[in-house]
Design a protein around this ligand. Sequence first.
Ligand SMILES: [Zn+2]
Ligand SMILES: [Zn+2]
Length: 259
Amino acid sequence: MKFCSLASGSKGNCMYVSDGETSILVDAGLPFSILKDRLEKASIPLDSLQAVLFTHDHSDHYRGVASLQRDNPSIELYATEGTAEGIELAFPKAGLQWQIFERTTPFTINSMSVTPFPIPHNAADPVGFTLTSQGRTLGIATDLGQILPNIRESLADCHALILESNHDPAMLKSSNRPFSVRARIAGISGHLSNEDATEFIRRSGFVLLQSLHLAHISEECNSTYDAYRCMAEALWECGLGDITLSCFQQNEPSCMYEV
Ligand SMILES: [Zn+2]
Ligand SMILES: [Zn+2]
């Protein structure tokens, strides 16, 4: 399988995953014109996409969906019921067609196996995913306030992992954001801090992991430098210093990674 980020952060999220036979997006949180531009930059033909999986109903994860399905009706949209309902509220006239999945029931999209798992986040019915094809597994866990045991278990056998490293707690605390917003972000249904992400990796005991990609990095309350530095330190400390580590950016596609 190969994968890349087309955008990652509070202004829009979209990832691409393909096993050569099945090509999908995870989230479509960019305006459609920008999404098309990023696909082009990453040399991904729009008509090669078969599906979009949605993690949850926050606009930074679904912003481009109505135009995407209008222009490409063959692309199937997969979401939990709560997520689909939430997204429909934003596009009441779009007539979006959904493939609904249960948040703990694995399913397949052609050659790709998808295993969703519930995550704690302030949305209707949010999930993370593991995607498996040809014996290789990619885990995706962003927009979650904490790592619960079911998440740890779901991600245990990943060969590659996309993990949220949203904020630096001190930068969040000293930011100009209202107290209620800061409390929501730092709360148990908010977003993982750099420390939360490193703590998870330190305690995870990963044996198959070959690459780790930090995602949903706050532009205001974090920096890719800090997120990378914290995680690189943790990886060395737990014997994973030789795996690939990268940070996904808000405004540029990442390079294409293999898993
Ligand atoms: Zn988000
Ligand atoms: Zn969110």
